[in-house]
Ligand binder design. Structure first.
Ligand code: RAM
Length: 486
């Protein structure tokens, strides 16, 4: 019987092994009095536990010593004043600890941190103290020895490839985390992109299977959709948020996995869940086969303020239908005809109801007549429009300053995918160089959760300090570079 316990036991069978590395920062010791501070540089982004030794200098310590220890994914974060934080997510994600140490000892901090830089400030020491033997025990389930060179002849693309591989490596722990600083959980949208990139880097299929099974064990909502995230640590907990586009992308992640691995056992375990996600979505369509808003309903698409998402969501649906129908055909499943025929009907409904002939774009009342890059991209990816018409639409909307533009590398991923689908390889290369290359030029060791070149302070959460600077969904340029040999 394939129930929650079965799926959780399969997830457990695929528990990946963590690989540990001890990193020693550039500075070996630090003699200090109250008010002194020091910044350690690990020389790379790392996820793990920090430890150091503490002793007196001459006179015994006299009283407990108080340190504040701040972890920054970059130097900007180290210099930020966390007391000024005004974002919408909890400030407890900001990585700063106050610790009191009673007497000379080796200190290993309990909590896991994601950082490249560590700033230690001596808040109070009654006598001079010495801190030394700094060490950071980093973990990942990515086997770096499995990584082949990028193969690109282009210097910047090779750098981008390298930063992307680091990003994925850092997010690969005992499951695919969205960000090792925040939210440290498994989201479907991130999983799909991490898995794709994993196939071209570490090829750790265990972790992909584990994550697919963790969602299979999730509690569906009233509409029948999988949760958009699950927690894995310290015990399994199915998330409370339901995102329809993510539920669909779960199906795509299964298709990607099967295409890459040809693992029929896992596919057989998950195929009914895939069908149920598409059937649940079908139930939300109106008589014209266009999706309708539901109670307790949420679609993500991108963190773009004020973005209307109905057309994009419909595009994600057709994109998923197409991938799933192809999969069913490949494995000889009798339901192939059913999904294929829905696909064709829904696609023509989109042409009829979502496209504006005058504006020559997918602009409609369902989205309050908003023009967005997102809608155009998802209609292209859904095969609603193609050829020269699609090529023109794509370049016009990207240049149109009145159109809503993508805000996250997650959405930029799908822009690049659309370009490559239309055969615009050179345009895709330029786009990757501008976007991900822009972060490289700004010194990124890993790719950021959000990046808007004209607005360096952009945050989906109303404060840049909480942004994750090593974010799973940003690792995909590597996938494009390697798959398409850019
Ligand atoms: C944020 C995270 C995560 C993403 C969701 C929708 O909380 O960045 O990666 O999948 O949004």
């Amino acid at each position: 019987m394939k129930d929650k316990n079965y799926f959780l036991s399969k997830a457990q069978e695929n528990y990946p092994e963590l690989i540990y590395t001890d990193i020693t920062p550039d500075i070996t010791d630090f003699t200090a009095v109250s008010g002194d501070s020091i910044i350690l540089d690990l020389g790379q982004h790392a996820v793990g536990h920090f430890s150091f030794s503490f002793d007196r200098v001459n006179v015994f310590v006299d009283a407990p010593v108080r340190l504040s220890i701040k972890f920054g994914e970059d130097m900007r974060e180290i210099n930020d004043d966390f007391s000024q934080y005004k974002g919408v997510l909890s400030e407890t994600w900001l990585q700063e600890e106050i610790i009191n140490i009673d007497f000379p000892q080796r200190v290993t901090m309990n909590r896991r941190f994601a950082c490249r830089f560590i700033k230690i400030t001596v808040e109070k020491a009654n006598r001079p103290i010495k801190l030394f033997d700094f060490s950071f025990r980093a973990s990942t389930s990515a086997d770096i020895s499995a990584l082949s060179p990028s193969g690109s002849k282009d210097d910047l693309l090779r750098k981008i490839d390298n930063v992307a591989a680091n990003t994925l490596k850092e997010c690969m722990q005992t499951f695919f985390e969205d960000g090792p600083k925040r939210d440290r959980r498994l989201w479907i949208g991130d999983l799909r992109l991490e898995a794709l990139t994993d196939y071209y880097t570490f090829n750790n299929l265990e972790i992909v299977r584990r994550c697919l099974y963790l969602f299979a064990a999730g509690e569906c909502n009233k509409l029948g959709f999988l949760p958009s995230f699950v927690y894995e640590t310290p015990y399994y907990h199915s998330g409370e948020t339901y995102i329809e586009d993510y539920a669909l992308l779960y199906v795509v992640a299964v298709c990607d996995y099967y295409e890459h691995s040809k693992d029929t056992d896992t596919l057989n375990d998950l195929i009914d869940i895939c069908k149920s996600q598409l059937d649940s979505f079908y139930a939300t369509l109106d008589k014209n086969l266009i999706a309708t808003r539901q109670d307790g309903w949420f679609a993500f698409i991108d963190w773009c303020p004020g973005l209307e998402i109905m057309t994009s969501l419909q595009g994600v649906y057709i994109y998923t239908l197409e991938r799933f129908a192809d999969l069913l055909k490949a494995i000889g499943d009798d339901d192939f005809e059913k999904y294929k025929s829905i696909l064709l009907k829904v696609r023509s409904a989109c042409r009829k109801y979502l496209y504006d002939e005058n504006k020559k774009a997918f602009v409609n009342s369902l989205d309050n007549n908003q023009l967005s890059v997102h809608s155009q991209i998802w209609m292209i990816l859904g095969g609603v429009i193609d050829g020269e018409k699609a090529v023109n639409l794509l370049s016009e909307c990207l240049e149109d300053r009145t159109a809503k533009q993508p805000c996250t590398p997650y959405m930029h991923h799908y822009v690049v995918e659309a370009m490559l689908k239309l055969g615009l390889n050179e345009t895709a290369v330029q786009y990757i160089k501008n976007l991900w290359g822009g972060m490289v030029v700004l010194g990124a060791d890993t790719f950021w959760e959000a990046y808007v070149p004209d607005d360096p302070d952009f945050s989906p959460y109303n404060d840049r300090m909480i942004n994750s600077l090593c974010h799973a969904w940003s690792c995909t340029p590597l996938y494009f570079i390697r798959k398409y040999r850019l």
